[in-house]
Design a protein around this ligand. Sequence first.
Ligand code: ZN
Length: 417
Amino acid sequence: MVSRGTTQQSSAPYNRRIVLDVIRRQGRISRREIVDLVSLSPQTVANITNDLQTIGLIVARRLKGARSRGQPPIAFELNANAGNSIGISLEPGHVCAGLVNLIGEILERREVDIDTHDQRRVLATVMGLIRELRRRPAAAERLWGIGVALPGPLVKTDISFIGPTTLEGWSDLSVFDELRDASHLQVFYSVDSVAAALGETLFGVARALDNFFYMHFGVGLGGTLVVNRSAHRGANSNATEIGHIPAVPGGKPCYCGNAGCLERYLSLQSLAEALGVSEAADRDALIIAALERNTDAALQAWCREAAERLRDAVCVIENMLDPLTIVIGGSAPKLLVERLVALAEPLHHSVRGGVASPATRIVLSERQEDSSILGAAVLPIYDLLSPRFEVLQQDRRAEADVAGLLGQRGTRRAGRL
Ligand SMILES: [Zn+2]
């Protein structure tokens, strides 16, 4: 995809983001190549790259080799450490936090098992983790904010915050205002599947994809449709909550009040129940041990059924949305997801069958276990690094301080992304 700049006077911040995005996506690029890609004048591109260098968001390097006469050409790169963000992943029974730089490297990581029913304890734990991460010298300055990813749906519905795959009882999210006040940082929060999908767009396997469906396989099961590098949100920001799509007529009762929901067959919670694991703290270790042994009849039966449900879900998603690919990420062990995808082959016929190669119909996150942290960390920096035009046209409660970060004056606000 080629991004186009605009010549309107009011578009300077947008053009800066266009240029920054091209530099980031290309990895290393000369000024002349930028001009070719963004349709801005050489003078405008020169002004923007000078500004971005002054702010410290990009660095210039002399290219070695390919030298003809005179000085070798200069190429620009994103300055990976120009900014950091703290990503917090909240799952039932588990909090995971990481300090992440602008190219998605996790500089420090912490995780802790905790009873997530108690919001006050979670807030205190999260503040403790943030304090530890901020001790790292690189974090002391240029910390752009905190992103929190948690299971959805977040907007109040009759299936929100109910059941063991959600943060039960968390209907009031003003705790994130307290987090902002206590940390003196911008705080963004989002459904985990949306955050992780944006993480894959910025740092992961979806870097080159304009549209894809992201399946978040964690304690529960979530989904996000990404179109033009934006998450499709739906009428109340609850779109593509695939975990509660009826998958088996008259199937297992679900905490949402229905029966046979997809999540009851395809989630870590479902697997933990099949293995008789009741404590959230033991869940991951016991599941991994069972996977490695691979002699457990309950595990094998669960995998066969889960793979059937996955095969059906892929067919529904493909026929509904025709995505370029389905990316699977989340906190589930990679070994488990690989096994399910292998068992789900061959996939059903669908509108993607015969169009996409079988290998690209499902793509696994390269950083499966980290996808929630990376997704959360993306929230404070996504607006800066991804020039979605609609962001400039909408006044959102969660507006990032893009203008401030790009060297202009901005205001600090916090809210839901
Ligand atoms: Zn359900």
